[in-house]
Design a protein around this ligand. Structure first.
Ligand SMILES: NC(=O)c1ccc[n+]([C@@H]2O[C@H](COP(=O)([O-])OP(=O)(O)OC[C@H]3O[C@@H](n4cnc5c(N)ncnc54)[C@H](OP(=O)(O)O)[C@@H]3O)[C@@H](O)[C@H]2O)c1
Length: 318
């Protein structure tokens, strides 16, 4: 089968499209014929081996998993002897980051706990655009942020992969949404449902007097002290980008002003994927695809992700 392979950390130039052996499913695994994949910032970090702590999980000196790619959509080809939830022919989607990655390939064998049935009304490419980014937005806004109707919500980094789903979810739950994005993506943020958009190249939301009930941050470029200035008493800050300051300052701010500061580590599981499917069925969430690539183009897609230039998701049609 054809797969994108990398042997050492570095630039997208190190990625090669190669002929490799098709995997065999182990007893608790499902072999998927991949029809689409999508690119995430996590793929960029794993390609670079940066930030360095990522190597504790991904391999100290060279990547442990040679075929990258987390988001996937495809058809079950075969199942291992212990699989009960899936059978050949099932249409599935999922996030393989908890099971060795490998979606930038024609086939991948993966643990069933990474998968769910694909939303029936979506194409494979649309389905692949959802798992990691949409589940992160779901767990950040709904599970940790507990977004509620009528709340003032600010999304920092609103028109990338995670942010474009966060805008939609906050709106679906009745919040008044302020999106922070660059000039080029202001219109996209409005189209996704934002009530107000702050162009960060022209205006700094930290300097405003407005305060928010919930701030969902996918950029992590502001200090907790700056953030808490624009967080209402009793408000919640959820960060996707690990913030040591939020970790240290959080307990004190909660004790004194009931302000919560939370570092999110999202984890995809079948239940989260099914919630995403249901939101799609209810038309509260739709995939946001910036551009579609082929397997040969994975290096170029990763360059775009690395530069932070995607508006929504970049998908790979396999
Ligand atoms: N903790 C977790 O479990 C978890 C899970 C998934 C992702 N993440 C992390 O979340 C981050 C975002 O992921 P993603 O997939 O959404 O990446 P992405 O698609 O690259 O989106 C990031 C967005 O941030 C915006 N941005 C850059 N500088 C900004 C600034 N100064 N102010 C406001 N917005 C700015 C960019 O938009 P502009 O073009 O408008 O600048 C870009 O669209 C990554 O660091 C990723 O590693 C964490």
């Amino acid at each position: 089968m054809k797969a994108i392979v990398y042997e050492k950390y570095g630039s997208p130039d190190l990625l090669e499209l190669r002929e490799v052996k098709r995997p065999e499913p182990r007893p608790h695994e499902v072999l998927i014929k991949v029809l689409a994949a999508a690119v995430n910032k996590a793929d960029w970090h794993l390609l670079r081996g940066e930030p360095l702590p990522i190597r504790l999980m991904a391999g100290l000196f060279k990547p442990k998993h040679k075929i990258p790619g987390a988001d996937v959509a495809g058809i079950v080809e075969r199942v291992g002897s212990k699989i009960t939830h899936f059978r050949p022919g099932d249409e599935v989607f999922g996030d393989l980051s908890g099971s060795g990655f490998g979606s930038f390939a024609e086939y991948v064998s993966t643990d069933e706990k990474c998968l769910a049935k694909k939303p029936s009304k979506l194409s494979y490419e649309e389905s692949a655009a959802l798992p990691m980014a949409a589940v992160t937005a779901l767990q950040g806004l709904l599970d940790q942020g507990r977004v509620e109707e009528g709340q003032e919500v600010l999304i920092n980094g609103a028109s990338g992969g995670v942010g474009s789903y966060a805008i939609q979810l906050a709106k679906a739950y009745g919040a008044h949404v302020t999106a922070v994005s660059s000039t080029a993506k202001v219109e996209i943020a409005y189209q996704l449902g934002a009530d107000e958009v702050i162009d960060y190249k022209l205006h700094d939301f930290i300097k405003d007097s407005k305060q928010y009930d919930l701030i969902f941050d996918v950029v992590g470029n502001r200090s907790p002290k700056e953030i808490e200035r624009v967080l209402k008493p009793g408000g919640t800050y959820v960060s996707c980008a690990f913030s040591l300051g939020a970790l240290l300052l959080g307990p004190w701010k909660y004790l004194t002003e009931r302000k919560k500061m939370i570092n999110l580590l999202a984890s995809t599981n079948p239940a989260s994927l099914q919630r995403i499917s249901k939101l799609v069925e209810e038309e509260k969430l739709r995939p946001v695809i910036d551009k579609s690539f082929t397997l040969d183009d994975v290096p170029e897609a990763l360059r775009i992700i690395g530069r932070g230039q995607a508006a929504g998701k970049l998908v790979i049609a396999v």
